[in-house]
Design a binder for this molecule. Structure first.
Ligand code: GLA
Length: 386
């Protein structure tokens, strides 16, 4: 859908008036490596991609959000005074939550008419909710705050919405990369300090292929919050043996401390977190050395750990990553994001991509009965006005 078409749909939905209409884009994301450690003080390595959510917006003077989506049927208006989370609001709770936390931080909010259109496959785990949250943060920032809310703050507002308004205890990674990503770069983010660094994402003669299992993932239904609680339990036990504030302050030498954790599941979760965090630094080093083979191997090691120790993959992701990794010409594949369905990523030789798809798709279908979808996207920019 082009921008002109989106604009005419906006006018059709909300009518014409003299207020200025502005268009925004908020990307989606993949995480290259560093999974399930952004709530354990670890380093993560995501990048923004060129699919995402568009918002066509205009001020209104009614102190309400008048909303329409081209993807979801729910539409109507929600009040900004008072701001209340209601189940019947469905997706409209996301912009409402963003408004609430912008206000709580002392910034301004006000009425808006917004048409939303996303081209992120539904339930794919590519962060459609974070994309929506940061989109609305940017829209409020532009129309009511002259851009004075920083992009780091926009990410925190999005995360607060997810945690306190929607009820998913997610980390900061998704909102952060969506608010701060940069074309052709991945971001090495320290989730404890929020210090970050852009790392040019150059894969030589390879490309990232996004592997959509088409198995829907619902964070609220998933075991995401349970994993977080297990990590907290591990931390509490280990703090009796080491002076640490988070699990990612431990290294390979500390692995023997894990013997103090009686519950085997909790022990496995902690082992994943510690080792995954170490893999991130190695992966960044490999990328900077142009050693894409090693980067690929680290992706495979990450995936093995997420399957065996963290147990967040499930049969669909296991099938698609296995067949990807079996293909000669794939340097490494793993799940990306929360897991439990959703998407994987694979590093594939650019001239073998068609062969790769032809190899993986039928095998995945035979295992699961579902059609795999392959998405090739460049590394894109953070949220912005178009
Ligand atoms: C989801 C969450 C992130 C992160 C990943 C797992 O995408 O929103 O904060 O925890 O899962 O790495």
């Amino acid at each position: 859908m082009d921008l002109q078409e989106l604009k005419s749909k906006f006018i059709k939905a909300f009518g014409e008036n003299d207020n200025e209409i502005k268009t925004f884009f908020s990307p989606s994301r993949i995480n290259i490596i560093g999974e399930h450690i952004d709530y354990n003080g670890g380093q993560v390595f995501p990048c923004a991609i060129e699919i995402g959510t568009y918002g066509i917006a205009r001020k209104n003077s009614d102190n309400i959000l008048r909303l329409k989506s081209l993807n979801l049927s729910k539409e109507g208006h929600v009040s900004l005074s008072p701001i209340e989370n209601k189940e019947e609001n469905e997706w409209m709770n996301f912009p409402l939550g963003v408004a609430k936390f912008i206000k709580e931080r002392g910034f301004d909010i006000g009425g808006l008419d917004v048409l939303v259109y996303g081209n992120i496959p539904n339930g794919s785990g590519l962060s459609s909710s974070a994309s929506l949250e940061v989109l609305f943060g940017e829209i409020f920032n532009t129309f009511y705050n002259k851009g004075k809310i920083s992009n780091v703050e926009l990410a925190l507002i999005g995360q607060e919405t997810e945690n306190k308004f929607i009820g998913v205890n997610s980390g900061i990674m998704d909102q952060f990369i969506i608010a701060n990503g940069k074309k052709d770069n991945a971001v090495l983010l320290d989730t404890e300090t929020l210090d970050f660094e852009y790392i040019p994402f150059k894969l030589k003669d390879n490309k990232i292929v996004i592997l959509n299992t088409n198995k829907r993932r619902e964070l609220k239904d998933s075991k995401y919050n349970e994993r977080r609680a297990e990590c907290e339990e591990a931390l509490e036990i280990l703090q009796d043996y080491a002076e640490i504030d988070n699990l990612c302050q431990l290294t390979e030498e500390n692995l023997e401390l894990l013997e103090n954790i009686e519950n085997e599941d909790v022990r496995k979760r902690a082992e994943h977190v510690i080792m995954e965090n170490l893999r991130v630094a190695e992966a960044v080093q490999a990328l900077q050395n142009g050693d894409i083979e090693t980067l690929g191997e680290l992706l495979v090691a990450s995936n093995d750990s997420l399957r065996e120790l963290y147990e967040v993959t499930g049969p669909h992701l296991d099938s698609i990553t296995k067949h990807s990794n079996d293909f000669d010409g794939c340097l490494g594949a793993r799940m990306t994001g929360a897991g439990f369905g959703g998407c994987g990523i694979a590093i594939v030789k650019s001239d073998k991509i068609e062969e790769f798809k032809a190899y993986v798709a039928p095998r995945y279908k035979e295992d699961t009965g579902l059609e795999a979808e392959f998405i090739i996207s460049n590394v894109g920019d953070k949220v912005h006005e178009i």
